[in-house]
Design a protein around this ligand. Structure first.
Ligand SMILES: Cc1cc2nc3c(=O)[nH]c(=O)nc-3n(C[C@H](O)[C@H](O)[C@H](O)COP(=O)(O)O)c2cc1C
Length: 186
């Protein structure tokens, strides 16, 4: 009888620990994957990564985009029109270890760059939590959330954060408030 009682107490303590972990999300491994051309999205990704203790992954194309603004704007337009799929430099070793994926990108012609589309097509995100963030110069997410939902119909897509490119270095409070609202941090 005494042993039964001890076992029951142990099980209760164990269960409440598991429940707490589930509530705080502390047991979930976090990936922060992003594409950035001129550094704005990288700055936000870096800040998120520090706050959530995530793993950083840059989505890099083998062939770099031109640095000239007009040239990259034209190229991005052409790539979107023809649904061009640029080759990416590196692959994630094991997507299965992550439950939460922050996905960052600049708004390019109202959606994410084609490189992000390639990234999304390379892995199975079913059952995973995807949290988008973007930087932009006025269009916020554009139609990228709708596109993301189409690409990852079996993922849980949470509320994202859009930050104006010129404001990325003054967005610490916004980022923190958003992560708290999502209950990713306390
Ligand atoms: C090819 C290209 C297309 C863009 N299209 C849009 C757009 O449709 N809407 C918008 O608000 N900003 C647009 N921008 C501005 C970028 O989204 C913004 O500058 C962003 O912060 C750049 O992020 P990055 O420094 O991480 O590359 C575009 C920029 C480029 C280079």
């Amino acid at each position: 009888m005494k042993i039964k009682l001890i076992l029951l107490t142990l099980a209760t303590v164990l269960m409440s620990g598991i429940q707490l972990q589930a509530q705080t999300g502390s047991s979930k491994k976090i990936l922060v994957a992003y594409f950035s051309h001129s550094g704005n999205t990288r700055a936000v990704a870096y800040d998120i990564c520090k706050k959530v203790d995530g793993e950083f992954f840059e989505i890099h194309t083998v062939k770099p985009y031109p640095t000239d603004y007009n040239a990259v704007v034209d190229q991005a337009k052409r790539e979107q029109k023809s649904d061009y799929r640029p080759e990416l430099k590196s692959r994630l070793k094991n997507i299965n270890q992550y439950e939460i994926i922050f996905l960052g990108y600049p708004d390019w012609w109202d959606t994410y760059p084609q490189a992000v589309k390639v990234f999304l097509s390379q892995y199975d995100f079913s059952g995973k939590i995807i949290i988008p963030f973007c930087t932009h110069e006025g269009s916020e997410f554009g139609r990228s959330i709708a596109d993301l939902k189409k690409m990852c119909p079996n993922s849980h897509i949470l509320e994202g954060l859009a930050i104006r490119g010129s404001a990325v270095h003054n967005s610490d409070d916004r980022i923190e408030g958003w992560l708290k609202k999502l209950k990713i941090i306390k």
